[in-house]
Design a protein around this ligand. Sequence first.
Ligand SMILES: [Mg+2]
Length: 124
Amino acid sequence: MIYFFDIDDTLVLWDDDATAIHPMGDGARGWKWNQPLVDFIINVGHTFVLWSGGGKDYARTWRDRLISDYPELEADIRRLGHMALDLDPRIAIDGDICVDDQAEFRGVNSPATWLTPEDFIATI
Ligand SMILES: [Mg+2]
């Protein structure tokens, strides 16, 4: 089983409440880690994938920031994002968990389990 974490408004919480979503931080003034998710990554020691509709380079930027803040995570985040994660059913497979603030839209064509950050945090 692999955990896939979206970045914007999932692993990274943008500080502007004026809009519901912030693709690549659009419209936001600042950000913070979604600490319960970071704590989960640290404590579970599983394989994680960070992904973003912003693409692989954007996902890599946030992976590097996460590892800069939490160097112990370097071995656990082994792969980077795929901008079509929700469109290609071969990537996140049955049994995988995808955490995404837009889970209700992205999970439609995917065999994985898709949860919003709030719903996922409620399970941990
Ligand atoms: Mg998002």
